[in-house]
Each structure stands twice: as C-alpha cells, then as structure tokens.
Write a protein that binds this ligand. Structure first.
Ligand code: ATP
Length: 421
C-alpha cells in the first residue's frame, strides 16, 4: 500500500475555471481520508488528477515512491469507484470482476501468441497469474457477500448489489490506493448507512490507503480517519473528525460540519482587569479572567474586539440559575429524534444593545468565511435529552460552558484560538 502526496496541486480548465487551487495534502499509508465540501469545490477534480483522468496545471502527485504526473492511469496502481458504478452491462458479475485482471495479465489470444514467441518467460509468469484469477474473483465475491450473484448481469441486481460489484472490481485488483467518488450517493439512506459500515470493515481488512470524496458531511465524519474540508478549490482544514467539529479553522468549516447548525452570534467582546464579557444579540456571556488564552489570542493588545462566537447545540443547556443564563429562549419547535430532542428557539430581541448605535447583529456570510453585520440575530438551537418535556412556547434560561465557546474574527472568519489547540 502507499502514501499519496499532493504538493501545490492546481487545476485550471481551458475556460479559465480554477477548480483546484494550490492544494497540498499528504494521505498516509493505510489512511482513510475523506475530501468533503460543497458542490463545485474541486473534490472530484482532485481525485481525478490523482487517478490520472485529468492532467494537473501545476504541482506534483506522488503515489508511494513515484511521481505519477506523467504516468498513464492504468499504470498508477490505483482503483477508482464511481457514483454510477460504471459496470459493463452485457457482462455477468463474474466477468465484470475478472475482465480487468484478464486484460492486465495479457488475456487476449493475439497478445498471448505474440508474447509466447517474443517473451517466453513473461508469457509463463502471466499464464500463472491468469490461473489465479478465478480464485481472486471468488475470494472477493465472498468478502462482499455477492458469491451467489456471479452469473447475473448488472440489470438483474439491486442498487446496493451493483455498488458491491463496483467495489469488488476495485478490490480484486489489489491496488496501492483506492479512490472513491461519491460511491454511495445513489443508494437510499438505510443502505448508505449499511455500506458505510461495510466500507469501514473493508478498510480495516484490506489495510489500504483510501481517498473518498463526498459532499455529505455526515459521511465524511463517520468514514474518515481524517477529513479535508475544501472550498473553492482550496483545502481549508485537515484533521480528525472530532477535531474539525470542535476546533474548526474558520466559520466556513464551523458551519459546514455538524448535522445541526452551529450556534453563531456576532458581537463585541470587552476585557477589563477582572473578566472578559461578550455581548451580541440576545447573548451575554462572562468569562473568567484565568482563561488567558482568550485574553492573549482574541484581544492581543486591544480592549474590545468584534467577534463571532460559536457553540454546538449539545453545549447549550438549560441553566440552573438565572445568574448563569447567557440568554432566555422561547421554544419554537422540538424535533424528537428518539435518541435526543433538537430544540429550536425563536429569534429573540437583544437583551442588551451590542454597539454604540444600540443595534443588534446578524451573521451573514461573506466571500471566504468572513462575516458582516446587519440588525438581527440567528435563532439558537440546542440538543436536549430525548425525554425532555420542553414544548413550543416554553421560555428557558440557557447557559453554555465558557470553555466550549469558539471565537472567530468577525472580518476574516478565522478561529482566533486555533493555534493553541
Ligand atoms: P460535486 O460535489 O458537485 O461533484 P466537486 O467538488 O466534485 O463538485 P468538481 O467537479 O471538482 O467539483 O468541479 C470543480 C469546479 O470545476 C466546478 O466549478 C466545475 O464547474 C468546474 N469544472 C469541472 N469540470 C470542468 C471542465 N471540464 N471544464 C471547466 N470547468 C470544469
């Protein structure tokens, strides 16, 4: 298996579209790396350049020890699985699995004849390899639970079964690395979930380097050893799923990751000798002075700073006392998910004005993760225990652990505390 190394990889299409912009990424041997980002951010183009299906405009791709920029796709020792399966419709499952190997091992009658004449040693070796194809195919089919389907044609299979055959075709080749381009997106939610578990098992068993592209952040978080978040051709952050969830590099990553949207609020942070206070929209939080990370990283030398704070829904709890409350929320809707309840609060008027004009702030995304201010705030959302009795119309005092609060620069959108995490 192999390390896959991308150095300053860039792709500009002939029409001028900059699909991948100076992307550097090292995928470790046996790692499961997920490239995730919104539609059009350059994930598939990156993968296609690794596969050799697209040439790069600039930068370097290394697979194992070899720089492969100028090496043909078939000689890169990788296998790619696509969203549309790309099975041969007229061939049985067995043939679909064996065909690539047969070609690779010089299976054509003419090629065999020529080789016997001019490369007798090679001919013998290839004949041996061809003799092993049946075993390889049956072993792979067994691994994927499709051994009873070997005689069927693709149109006689369900979507999930077709996806397994497509996976089998990649596995049977025993490549240095696997590339997956949204391979599960044609399957229904339940089957997707099942295939995700199977893919993780396969990854463990095959001990293979895998690079997986998806726009679905849940898929990214559940599958990846590490996740690389892309936007507009750039890699914004690479990290373990929990790291990206809890310490997003910027507002874009903070919003993109998480099945329930992160709570974000623009406002002004002030510090004096004794404490740091944040005021924004309906939210007022006081931070203890002993957290000098905030003082050093957020304020630097200043005493006030325009920021966006963020906290995850599970960190917003019902407060035990009024003095602890950072805001009061009026429940708008409760989504009961069985294992938890997601509680959406109504938009609230500010408890205190947050700037000199007395205006409140709303969060509006600007270009690359920066934010601008307008005159409202986004509603809060919390995840409570499944058995919670809160109902629409209830008013609750809400609190958040100060240590769970993330701090972002209002203008650049960068996480101000990320260097220290
Ligand atoms: P999706 O999730 O929708 O598949 P993606 O992140 O995989 O999106 P890419 O397919 O890599 O995105 O495309 C990146 C950008 O390059 C997009 O803006 C797309 O329109 C553009 N693009 C892709 N192929 C070409 C092409 N052949 N010529 C010009 N632009 C292209």
């Amino acid at each position: 298996m192999a390390i896959v190394d991308l150095e300053r990889l860039t792709k500009r299409f002939p029409d001028g579209t900059l699909a991948v912009d100076n992307a550097s990424l090292r995928i470790e041997d046996r790692e499961f790396l997920v490239l995730v980002g919104p539609s059009g951010c350059g994930k598939s183009t990156t993968l296609r350049m690794i596969a050799g299906l697209e040439t790069s405009t600039d930068g370097m791709i290394r697979i194992g020890e070899r720089v492969v920029n100028d090496i043909a796709p078939k000689d890169r020792d990788i296998a790619m699985v696509f969203q549309n399966y790309a099975l041969y419709p007229h061939m049985s499952v067995y043939k679909n699995l064996s065909f690539g190997l047969l070609l690779r091992y010089g299976g054509g009658v003419l090629a065999r004849g020529v080789r016997r004449l001019f490369q007798p040693h090679r001919a013998k070796e290839l004949a041996q390899l061809r003799g092993g194809i049946d075993h390889q195919v049956r072993q792979t089919a067994k691994r994927l639970g499709i051994e009873d389907l070997l005689d069927r044609k693709p149109h006689q299979l369900s979507g999930g079964e077709r996806q397994r055959v497509a996976l089998g075709r990649a596995i049977v080749r025993n490549p240095a690395a696997f590339l997956f381009d949204e391979p599960l997106s044609n399957l229904d939610a339940k089957l997707r979930q099942k295939m995700r578990v199977e893919l993780k098992r396969l990854h463990r068993e095959l001990k293979a380097t895998m690079i997986y592209v998806t726009h679905d952040q849940v898929e990214a978080m559940t599958l990846g050893d590490r996740v690389a978040v892309m936007k507009q051709g750039k890699i914004l952050q690479v990290g373990r799923p929990l790291e990206i969830y809890q310490q997003p590099a910027n507002l874009f990553v903070a919003r993109f990751i998480g099945s329930v949207p992160i709570n974000l609020q623009t406002g002004v942070a002030r510090r004096d000798a004794n404490k740091v206070v944040f005021d924004g929209g309906p939210i007022h939080i006081e931070f203890e002075p002993d957290d000098d990370r905030i003082v050093k990283q957020v304020f630097d030398e200043a005493t006030t700073k325009d920021v966006v704070i963020g906290f995850r829904c599970e960190d917003l709890t019902e407060s035990e006392s009024e003095s602890q409350a950072i805001a009061t929320g009026k429940v708008a809707t409760v989504e009961r998910l069985g294992d938890s309840a997601v509680v959406y609060f109504e938009k609230l008027n500010p408890v205190k004005p947050v700037n000199e004009n007395g205006a409140n702030n709303e969060i509006v995304e600007l270009g690359n993760g920066g934010w601008s201010e307008t005159n409202q705030s986004e509603p809060l959302v919390a995840r409570f225990a499944a058995a919670t009795e809160v109902a629409p119309g209830d008013r609750l005092g809400l609190s958040v652990q100060p240590s769970r609060v993330m701090w972002f620069d209002l203008h650049s959108g960068e996480n101000l505390l990320k260097e220290l995490t």
